[in-house]
Write a protein that binds this ligand. Structure first.
Ligand code: CA
Length: 239
Protein backbone atom coordinates (compact mmCIF):
# COMPACT_ATOMS: atom_id res chain seq x y z
CA UNK A 1 0.00 0.00 0.00
CA UNK A 2 3.05 2.21 0.34
CA UNK A 3 3.27 4.70 -2.49
CA UNK A 4 -0.51 5.07 -2.78
CA UNK A 5 -1.38 8.67 -3.54
CA UNK A 6 -3.52 10.42 -0.96
CA UNK A 7 -4.98 13.87 -1.63
CA UNK A 8 -5.85 15.84 1.51
CA UNK A 9 -8.25 18.75 1.09
CA UNK A 10 -8.40 20.78 4.32
CA UNK A 11 -8.13 24.55 4.80
CA UNK A 12 -6.82 24.42 8.36
CA UNK A 13 -3.15 24.22 7.57
CA UNK A 14 -1.95 22.77 10.89
CA UNK A 15 -4.49 19.91 10.73
CA UNK A 16 -3.65 19.35 7.07
CA UNK A 17 0.07 19.19 7.89
CA UNK A 18 -0.55 16.84 10.79
CA UNK A 19 -2.51 14.41 8.59
CA UNK A 20 0.11 14.64 5.85
CA UNK A 21 2.92 14.00 8.32
CA UNK A 22 1.39 10.79 9.64
CA UNK A 23 0.39 9.45 6.23
CA UNK A 24 3.85 10.15 4.79
CA UNK A 25 5.45 8.42 7.76
CA UNK A 26 3.51 5.29 6.73
CA UNK A 27 4.88 5.51 3.20
CA UNK A 28 1.93 7.13 1.45
CA UNK A 29 2.58 9.83 -1.09
CA UNK A 30 0.63 12.91 -0.02
CA UNK A 31 -0.61 16.02 -1.77
CA UNK A 32 -2.25 18.86 0.20
CA UNK A 33 -4.80 21.34 -1.10
CA UNK A 34 -6.69 23.96 0.86
CA UNK A 35 -9.94 24.65 -1.00
CA UNK A 36 -12.56 22.83 -3.05
CA UNK A 37 -12.28 24.75 -6.32
CA UNK A 38 -8.52 24.14 -6.62
CA UNK A 39 -9.07 20.50 -5.72
CA UNK A 40 -11.77 20.07 -8.37
CA UNK A 41 -9.51 21.56 -11.05
CA UNK A 42 -6.67 19.37 -9.87
CA UNK A 43 -8.85 16.25 -10.11
CA UNK A 44 -9.44 16.88 -13.81
CA UNK A 45 -5.77 16.13 -14.48
CA UNK A 46 -5.10 12.87 -12.71
CA UNK A 47 -6.48 10.86 -9.87
CA UNK A 48 -5.23 10.08 -6.38
CA UNK A 49 -5.90 6.64 -4.90
CA UNK A 50 -7.91 8.18 -2.06
CA UNK A 51 -9.16 11.60 -0.96
CA UNK A 52 -9.32 12.84 2.62
CA UNK A 53 -11.91 15.59 2.37
CA UNK A 54 -12.74 18.14 5.06
CA UNK A 55 -16.39 19.11 5.22
CA UNK A 56 -15.95 22.77 6.11
CA UNK A 57 -13.99 24.48 3.37
CA UNK A 58 -14.06 28.08 2.15
CA UNK A 59 -16.06 28.47 -1.08
CA UNK A 60 -17.19 25.09 -2.33
CA UNK A 61 -17.64 22.91 0.75
CA UNK A 62 -16.79 19.26 1.18
CA UNK A 63 -20.31 18.00 0.48
CA UNK A 64 -20.53 19.87 -2.83
CA UNK A 65 -17.11 18.61 -3.87
CA UNK A 66 -18.03 15.05 -2.87
CA UNK A 67 -21.17 15.24 -4.99
CA UNK A 68 -19.21 16.53 -8.02
CA UNK A 69 -16.61 13.79 -7.66
CA UNK A 70 -19.32 11.12 -7.58
CA UNK A 71 -21.21 12.62 -10.52
CA UNK A 72 -18.28 12.71 -12.91
CA UNK A 73 -17.53 9.40 -14.57
CA UNK A 74 -13.75 9.83 -14.44
CA UNK A 75 -13.65 10.53 -10.70
CA UNK A 76 -16.62 8.54 -9.47
CA UNK A 77 -14.74 5.57 -8.06
CA UNK A 78 -12.08 7.47 -6.09
CA UNK A 79 -12.51 6.51 -2.42
CA UNK A 80 -13.31 9.45 -0.13
CA UNK A 81 -12.89 9.76 3.63
CA UNK A 82 -14.83 12.74 4.91
CA UNK A 83 -13.53 14.74 7.87
CA UNK A 84 -16.20 16.36 10.03
CA UNK A 85 -16.41 18.22 13.33
CA UNK A 86 -18.54 16.85 16.18
CA UNK A 87 -21.33 19.37 15.61
CA UNK A 88 -21.68 18.28 12.00
CA UNK A 89 -23.18 14.84 12.67
CA UNK A 90 -26.08 15.49 10.33
CA UNK A 91 -23.75 16.44 7.49
CA UNK A 92 -21.76 13.31 8.17
CA UNK A 93 -24.80 11.23 7.28
CA UNK A 94 -25.42 13.29 4.16
CA UNK A 95 -21.75 12.80 3.25
CA UNK A 96 -22.18 9.05 3.31
CA UNK A 97 -25.34 9.34 1.24
CA UNK A 98 -23.47 11.43 -1.29
CA UNK A 99 -20.93 8.67 -1.60
CA UNK A 100 -18.15 9.17 0.93
CA UNK A 101 -16.67 5.77 1.83
CA UNK A 102 -16.01 6.58 5.45
CA UNK A 103 -15.73 9.54 7.79
CA UNK A 104 -13.63 10.60 10.73
CA UNK A 105 -14.62 13.10 13.40
CA UNK A 106 -12.39 15.91 14.66
CA UNK A 107 -10.49 15.88 16.90
CA UNK A 108 -9.02 12.51 15.89
CA UNK A 109 -5.97 10.46 16.64
CA UNK A 110 -3.74 10.47 13.54
CA UNK A 111 -3.31 6.70 13.96
CA UNK A 112 -7.04 6.32 13.51
CA UNK A 113 -6.85 8.28 10.27
CA UNK A 114 -4.05 6.05 8.98
CA UNK A 115 -6.03 2.94 9.96
CA UNK A 116 -9.12 4.16 8.14
CA UNK A 117 -7.16 5.08 5.03
CA UNK A 118 -5.69 1.58 4.95
CA UNK A 119 -9.08 -0.03 5.55
CA UNK A 120 -10.82 1.92 2.79
CA UNK A 121 -8.01 1.21 0.32
CA UNK A 122 -8.16 -2.49 1.16
CA UNK A 123 -11.92 -2.56 0.83
CA UNK A 124 -11.84 -0.77 -2.52
CA UNK A 125 -9.43 -3.34 -3.81
CA UNK A 126 -11.59 -6.25 -2.68
CA UNK A 127 -14.73 -4.74 -4.15
CA UNK A 128 -13.21 -5.14 -7.59
CA UNK A 129 -12.99 -8.92 -7.15
CA UNK A 130 -16.49 -9.12 -5.73
CA UNK A 131 -18.17 -7.54 -8.72
CA UNK A 132 -21.02 -9.80 -9.73
CA UNK A 133 -22.32 -8.15 -12.85
CA UNK A 134 -21.68 -9.02 -16.43
CA UNK A 135 -19.80 -6.49 -18.53
CA UNK A 136 -20.62 -6.08 -22.20
CA UNK A 137 -19.03 -3.77 -24.73
CA UNK A 138 -19.81 -4.49 -28.37
CA UNK A 139 -18.70 -8.05 -29.13
CA UNK A 140 -16.92 -8.34 -25.78
CA UNK A 141 -18.55 -9.95 -22.75
CA UNK A 142 -16.94 -10.44 -19.37
CA UNK A 143 -18.40 -12.66 -16.70
CA UNK A 144 -16.51 -11.52 -13.60
CA UNK A 145 -17.84 -14.33 -11.45
CA UNK A 146 -17.07 -17.11 -13.89
CA UNK A 147 -13.69 -15.48 -14.57
CA UNK A 148 -14.33 -15.79 -18.29
CA UNK A 149 -14.11 -13.41 -21.23
CA UNK A 150 -16.04 -13.97 -24.45
CA UNK A 151 -15.66 -12.39 -27.82
CA UNK A 152 -18.52 -13.00 -30.23
CA UNK A 153 -19.72 -15.55 -27.67
CA UNK A 154 -16.50 -17.57 -27.91
CA UNK A 155 -14.44 -17.85 -24.70
CA UNK A 156 -10.95 -16.33 -24.93
CA UNK A 157 -7.90 -17.97 -23.51
CA UNK A 158 -6.19 -15.43 -21.27
CA UNK A 159 -3.73 -15.83 -18.43
CA UNK A 160 -4.87 -15.02 -14.92
CA UNK A 161 -2.72 -11.89 -14.95
CA UNK A 162 -4.31 -10.76 -18.20
CA UNK A 163 -7.74 -11.48 -16.77
CA UNK A 164 -6.97 -9.43 -13.67
CA UNK A 165 -5.63 -6.59 -15.78
CA UNK A 166 -8.68 -6.61 -18.03
CA UNK A 167 -11.05 -6.84 -15.05
CA UNK A 168 -9.33 -3.89 -13.44
CA UNK A 169 -9.41 -1.72 -16.57
CA UNK A 170 -13.02 -2.55 -17.43
CA UNK A 171 -14.26 -1.92 -13.89
CA UNK A 172 -12.59 1.50 -14.04
CA UNK A 173 -13.38 2.47 -17.64
CA UNK A 174 -12.26 5.75 -19.21
CA UNK A 175 -9.75 6.39 -16.44
CA UNK A 176 -6.06 6.62 -17.19
CA UNK A 177 -3.68 4.45 -15.18
CA UNK A 178 0.08 4.70 -15.18
CA UNK A 179 2.16 1.53 -15.45
CA UNK A 180 3.06 1.91 -11.78
CA UNK A 181 -0.58 2.14 -10.75
CA UNK A 182 -1.40 -0.96 -12.78
CA UNK A 183 1.56 -2.80 -11.27
CA UNK A 184 0.33 -1.87 -7.84
CA UNK A 185 -3.26 -2.88 -8.57
CA UNK A 186 -2.54 -6.19 -10.30
CA UNK A 187 0.79 -7.35 -8.98
CA UNK A 188 0.38 -5.81 -5.52
CA UNK A 189 3.38 -6.23 -3.32
CA UNK A 190 5.39 -8.41 -5.70
CA UNK A 191 8.60 -6.52 -6.19
CA UNK A 192 11.00 -6.96 -9.09
CA UNK A 193 8.22 -6.66 -11.64
CA UNK A 194 9.25 -4.13 -14.24
CA UNK A 195 6.85 -1.53 -15.64
CA UNK A 196 7.56 -3.02 -19.07
CA UNK A 197 5.80 -6.20 -17.92
CA UNK A 198 2.56 -4.21 -18.06
CA UNK A 199 3.19 -3.36 -21.71
CA UNK A 200 3.69 -7.02 -22.56
CA UNK A 201 0.36 -8.02 -21.01
CA UNK A 202 -1.44 -5.08 -22.56
CA UNK A 203 -0.15 -6.12 -25.95
CA UNK A 204 -1.40 -9.70 -25.43
CA UNK A 205 -4.79 -8.43 -24.29
CA UNK A 206 -5.03 -6.23 -27.36
CA UNK A 207 -4.29 -9.17 -29.62
CA UNK A 208 -7.22 -10.96 -28.00
CA UNK A 209 -9.86 -8.25 -27.78
CA UNK A 210 -9.09 -5.61 -30.39
CA UNK A 211 -10.35 -5.59 -33.97
CA UNK A 212 -6.90 -4.32 -35.02
CA UNK A 213 -4.27 -4.70 -32.31
CA UNK A 214 -2.04 -2.06 -33.92
CA UNK A 215 -4.85 0.45 -33.86
CA UNK A 216 -6.51 -0.29 -30.53
CA UNK A 217 -9.91 1.22 -29.75
CA UNK A 218 -10.54 -0.42 -26.39
CA UNK A 219 -7.26 -0.36 -24.49
CA UNK A 220 -5.80 2.95 -25.53
CA UNK A 221 -2.33 4.30 -24.82
CA UNK A 222 -2.24 7.74 -23.27
CA UNK A 223 1.17 8.94 -24.30
CA UNK A 224 3.50 9.77 -21.42
CA UNK A 225 0.97 8.55 -18.84
CA UNK A 226 -0.29 5.01 -19.30
CA UNK A 227 -3.39 3.15 -20.41
CA UNK A 228 -7.15 3.43 -20.25
CA UNK A 229 -10.05 1.23 -21.25
CA UNK A 230 -12.40 3.21 -23.46
CA UNK A 231 -16.02 2.13 -23.28
CA UNK A 232 -17.44 2.28 -26.79
CA UNK A 233 -21.11 1.44 -26.49
CA UNK A 234 -21.24 -0.85 -23.54
CA UNK A 235 -22.57 -0.98 -20.04
CA UNK A 236 -20.46 -1.45 -16.98
CA UNK A 237 -21.25 -2.32 -13.40
CA UNK A 238 -21.21 0.62 -10.99
CA UNK A 239 -17.78 0.93 -9.40
CA1 CA B 1 -12.00 23.07 7.52
Amino acid sequence: MAGKKILIIEDEKDICDLMAFHLKKEGFSVEQLFDGETAWRRLQKNHPDLIVLDLMLPGMNGLELCRLIREQKQTTSIPIIMVTAKSEDVDKVIGLELGADDYITKPFNPRELVARVRAVLRRTRTDMGDTKKIFTDGDLTIDYEAYTVYRNNKPLSLSSTELKLLFFLTTHPNRVYSRDQLLDAIWGDETFVEPRTVDVHISRLRAAIEEDKDNPKRIQTVRGIGYKYVLANGTHPPA
